[in-house]
Design a protein around this ligand. Sequence first.
Ligand SMILES: [Zn+2]
Length: 269
Amino acid sequence: MNMTIPGARVMDVRTSLPRHKSLKYGRRKLTDIRSAALHHSATLSGSPGAFARYHVSTNGGPGIAYHFVIQKDGVIYWCNDPESISYHVGNSNRHALGICLVGDFRTQQPTPEQLDAANRLIEHLQVQIPSMKQVFGHQEYPGYAWKNCPAFPMVKFRSDYSQYLQKAVDKVKTPIQVQVAISMNGSMLSVSGFLQEGVSMLPVRAVANAAGGKVEWIEQTMDVRVNGKDLNEKVISGSAYAPARELAAVLGLQVEWDDPNKIVRLNGV
Ligand SMILES: [Zn+2]
């Protein structure tokens, strides 16, 4: 399975973790996997190696219980083939894939890096394993209501995960933009804007500079102001774009739209 995940660091430790001398986990088909099961390690810190030793030496299992372990720094450790029927949710093991976040979330919080890595990992796995439609906490599996694992609210986790997926979809959906040229008092600027739902969006800084306007970037609210006025800007790859009419208004410029040539003509009054 391809485990290259954009924006995440995956360490394949499947062959280096301690394993039982003779016992082996059973195998399944990827299509047997129906859900990802989230766990916490219930330890303040730890490593896949330490968990593997405990699961083998103390519990007498064939190997580490989890398929993936996510450290506090967001690094994802790949511990078992997804086809391994490892032991982490009892009777549900055959259909569940175990993901453990290091920490004791009865007293700690998962780090933002861990949650981000968990989102990216689950998204990636759901593409590779389409039958894995659900994400549950350990506690949500039959027979485990008593177990405070993963000890963070799964309703919130799933809602954050849906939002994370929606953002990814929005990114992909952003259509190829129609470029618009910009002229200022009859001369063309070297920068261009784009059309968004029929509105010309212009690069704020370049246009404001050309018109002698004052641009401020408000760090706390991530807002751009021109001549002290807020704009409905959109930030793309670090550059702010604002609707031509709005930007022209705060700069005291008149705006004309040359539709056949796709040029926004800005003129000082
Ligand atoms: Zn658990």
